[in-house]
Design a protein around this ligand. Structure first.
Ligand code: SAM
Ligand code: SF4
Ligand code: F3S
Length: 475
């Protein structure tokens, strides 16, 4: 899990990038300061930027240092038990900070706030504010209540909140890549998953507010946007001015047309929903990255059914074949869970054989963690011993390592268009950038007058398991 720091911390599994101070000197003029630490998925990170915007309007500036903050916020994740344990540990650390600075308020935001509601405030007295993902507009009022010693809780889920009109303040950005939230919530009921309970019903954001945000990003120097949603392919918005239905494919196209110099990525696609129209749109526009994150979760049909994923292994393979037919050069990544309820060695081998077929470029792999309130918790016994779950996880990780190394090696002796994101972490003499396929490339700056946000052709001469190493190519 990568840890990024700026104006607080981001603990995120998908985000890549380096610290860059986006806060500007005017942050010094704020009389009050907030510190925010974010856990979980990119959507949580994007939400923290909405929260920063709401707090800025209330006179709170961001600080990187929790000790000097008047308001300490932790934007939490409930996806696995471990994520919640990490947050609890951090909260106890913040409590000791508060003992030294009694006026300080501590607030819990996000999915864990939604799941536990007032419990952390009333029973455990760990926080002063509890605010769910759809209630951030009420933060100013809640801060006021907490300042007068009242219980400040709002965990109401909404059917229409998208924060579409709020311009996020980029908290931890390299100034080149940004997340743009296009929808919220999830209507799928994967039996292992807590998200439908913590984030509520699915709703799509006004397409024009998305385009306005993207255009603004482009004009302020950003060169890559990642459109975010738990299930982006079910994006659906009706433009009432001309009765136009905007599907995800249409939205992708509109975003791609903002500028050919803007790279467009998206996450996450559900195998049941990704359409040919989306694949053809990716094929049509050079600036939509040839890269799809297509979580499979398991290769066993029996387990997929228990997980309520609504597709079979054969359906998934047919999707992968279709992707490779329309986009022969497409990078593919996935999410997988080992040790789901009743999983046998045979089921596990099915996952193994699916991986052998797909040969993912990147995979996020987890062992099953039962979450309270989910369908699986209610219906099935969490009957696979932890050591078996972990052993199976190690096995798929080992197999994936072989595939990802092969994927890196296939890129050696080729030239790629690379977007420069930052200095390399190891040396200021080198650039850090990424290919269209989302692979990190490190290469010497040499004599060229390039800067962050520029594109450059790089010849890859070698690789490690996670990085391509190259040289600027003049061809
Ligand atoms: N919406 C996406 C999807 O459909 O795949 C991502 C959902 S979730 C934020 C990210 C990943 O966490 C999932 O794809 C799944 O692999 C994993 N995950 C979710 N619930 C889990 C659980 N109870 N135990 C272990 N892993 C889990
Ligand atoms: Fe969870 Fe499934 Fe929704 Fe993804 S699609 S957020 S795994 S319920
Ligand atoms: Fe994301 Fe974790 Fe919530 S993965 S949607 S922050 S439960």
């Amino acid at each position: 899990m990568e840890i990024l720091e700026l104006a607080g911390k981001v603990h995120d599994e998908t985000r890549q990038g380096e610290a860059f101070n986006p806060l500007g000197s005017d942050q010094q003029s704020f009389k009050k300061h907030f510190y925010i630490e974010s856990y979980g998925c990119a959507m949580n990170f994007a939400d923290s930027e909405v929260v920063a915007s709401i707090l800025n309007a209330e006179g709170f500036g961001a600080t990187k240092n929790a000790e000097e903050a008047d308001l300490v916020l932790i934007n939490t994740c409930s996806i696995r038990e471990k994520a919640e344990l990490t947050v609890r540990k951090r909260l106890t650390e913040f409590r000791s900070l508060k003992k030294k600075k009694p006026g300080m308020l501590i607030g819990m935001l996000g999915c864990m706030a939604e799941r536990l509601k007032a419990k952390l405030l009333e029973e455990e007295k760990l926080v002063d504010l509890v605010v769910g993902p759809d209630a951030y507009r009420s933060l100013p009022a809640l801060i006021g209540e907490a300042e007068t010693g009242q219980k400040a809780v709002n965990v109401l889920l909404s059917r229409d909140e998208t924060y579409g009109d709020i311009a996020p303040i980029r908290l931890d950005s390299n100034g080149v890549c940004a997340f743009v939230s296009i929808m919220r919530g999830c209507n799928n009921m994967c039996s292992f998953c807590v998200v439908p309970f913590t984030r509520g019903r699915e709703r799509s954001r006004d397409a024009y507010s998305i385009l306005t945000e993207v255009e603004h990003l482009f004009h302020t120097g950003y060169r890559e946007v990642t459109l975010l949603g738990q299930n982006v392919d079910s994006y659906y918005w009706i433009d009432e001015s001309n009765d136009e239905t905007i599907t995800f494919a249409k939205l992708l196209e509109k975003v791609a047309l903002v500028s050919p110099l803007l790279r467009v990525r998206f996450s996450t696609s559900h195998p049941k929903d990704i359409t040919d129209e989306v694949l053809y749109t990716i094929a049509k526009y050079e600036n939509i990255c040839n890269y799809i994150h297509l979580p499979v979760q398991s290769g066993s049909n029996r387990i997929l059914q228990l997980m309520n994923r609504t597709y079979t292994k054969e359906w998934y393979i047919a999707k992968v074949n279709r992707i490779r037919e329309i986009l022969p050069d497409c990078g593919l990544s996935t999410d997988m869970i080992t040790g789901f309820c009743t999983e046998t060695e045979e089921d596990h081998r099915e996952t193994y054989s699916l991986m052998e077929y797909c040969k993912y470029d990147l995979a996020y792999m987890y062992f099953y963690s039962e979450r309270p309130g989910t369908l699986a918790e209610k219906r099935y016994e969490d009957d696979i011993p932890e050591e078996v779950k972990k052993r199976r996880l190690q096995e798929i990780i080992a197999l994936h390592r072989i595939h990802s190394l092969e994927s890196m090696q296939r890129d050696v002796n080729k030239t790629f268009k690379v977007l420069i994101e930052a200095d390399s972490k190891k040396s200021e003499q080198d650039w850090h950038g990424r290919t269209d396929h989302n692979k990190v490339v490190i290469f010497p700056k040499e004599k060229y007058a390039l800067k962050k946000g520029d594109y450059v052709n790089v010849f890859v001469h070698s690789c490690t398991a996670g990085t391509l190493l190259g040289k600027i190519s003049n061809e």
